[in-house]
Design a binder for this molecule. Structure first.
Ligand code: C2E
Ligand code: MG
Ligand code: MG
Ligand code: MG
Length: 291
């Protein structure tokens, strides 16, 4: 059985690994299967309000345990799903699951914090996206005002009129729009200038070890000041220590997320984690418990 597993693993990797290589086609076929068979799981990672030390949202992060290859990073399979047109159905599964898990979490804890969902730039140019989202909200138990869409993109949509219209319609529905990974890739000042949105997430490249790195300090502080000057909420992702947290708080950053508070967890684990808190409050002694 072991030999069989490594044989099939070998055949996955033996194929050429260039764009549109057989192995990404194979992954796309497996993804399609996983979409049909509900082969994914949603993990939750809390976001902490740095003024009150209370959990204010949880980011939903998809997990895929491939039957042969084991756990595959979403950074890899999301871009395959985008390339092979699988994003609409994958994203609808994510939103649907996130809303029903959030309703469950609220019911079991009495806490009704926000839920943050990652949306691909590809979703924004789908004709049915707004209708589908509106439908899911109509049929779910979570108000649009409790939902944040984090725009994580692999293409620039700042100059795409359809994408901008979709973002405007999402805001009209009551959803909060957040720009993810600010400072890297396509998440640039040009986007900030052209897109309507209410929250900015500073990429962890500028957050990890910010307390001891002067360059990161200057970049992170400038990003926070810029966001606050534009009237935005600012989230720092990748907080790994009390000193990093203190540094970001000092800059005026609103929200923190990172392994320092908790790693992404299954919904069962997250529920237990929330129940351990008193009224969603992170006590200093609990901070960093999951490191
Ligand atoms: P992201 O949206 O920027 O999510 C944050 C990533 O940073 C997550 O990786 C999270 O586990 C990781 N992270 C959080 N805190 C820390 C920390 O303190 N240190 C370090 N080293 N990492 C930290 P993950 O779950 O592997 O997801 C990677 C990316 O895949 C996400 O980046 C997002 O772009 C994409 N993604 C994940 N789930 C979904 C989804 O449901 N839909 C879409 N469209 N994209 C998703
Ligand atoms: Mg995100
Ligand atoms: Mg991010
Ligand atoms: Mg990212």
């Amino acid at each position: 059985n072991n030999a069989e597993t490594s044989q099939s693993k070998w055949s996955y990797f033996a194929q050429k690994d260039s764009d549109n290589s057989p192995s990404s086609i194979q992954l796309a076929i497996d993804l399609e299967q996983a979409i049909k068979n509900q082969g994914f799981e949603l993990f939750h990672q809390p976001q902490i309000d740095l003024k009150t030390n209370k959990v204010c949202s949880s980011e939903c992060l998809i997990r895929w345990n491939h039957p042969v290859l084991g756990a595959i990073s979403p950074d890899i399979f999301i871009s395959v799903a985008e390339d092979f047109g699988l994003m609409p159905s994958l994203t609808l599964w994510v939103i649907k699951t996130a809303l029903s898990q959030q309703a469950e979490l609220t019911e079991h804890t009495g806490l009704s914090h926000m839920v943050s969902i990652n949306i691909s730039g590809k979703d924004l140019i789908q004709a049915n996206f707004i209708n589908d989202v509106a439908n899911l909200i109509d049929h779910g138990d979570i108000k649009a005002e409790k939902i944040i869409f984090e725009l994580t993109e692999s293409i620039s949509f700042a100059q795409n009129n359809i994408a901008i219209q979709t973002i405007e319609s999402l805001i009209e529905l009551g959803i909060t729009i957040s720009i993810d990974d600010f400072g890297t890739g396509y998440s640039s000042l040009s986007q900030i200038n052209q897109l309507p949105f209410q929250e900015l997430k500073i990429d962890r490249e500028f957050v990890e070890n910010v307390c001891s790195d002067n360059k990161r300090k200057v970049i992170a502080e400038t990003a926070v000041k810029m966001a606050k000057g534009l009237g935005l909420e600012v989230v720092a992702e990748g907080i790994n220590s009390a000193l990093d947290e203190e540094t970001l708080r000092g800059f005026g950053c609103d929200i923190g997320q990172g392994y320092y508070y908790a790693k992404p967890m299954s919904v069962e684990h997250y529920l237990a984690w929330l129940k351990d808190l008193s009224n969603g409050q992170i006590p200093p002694s609990l901070e960093g418990e999951y490191l």
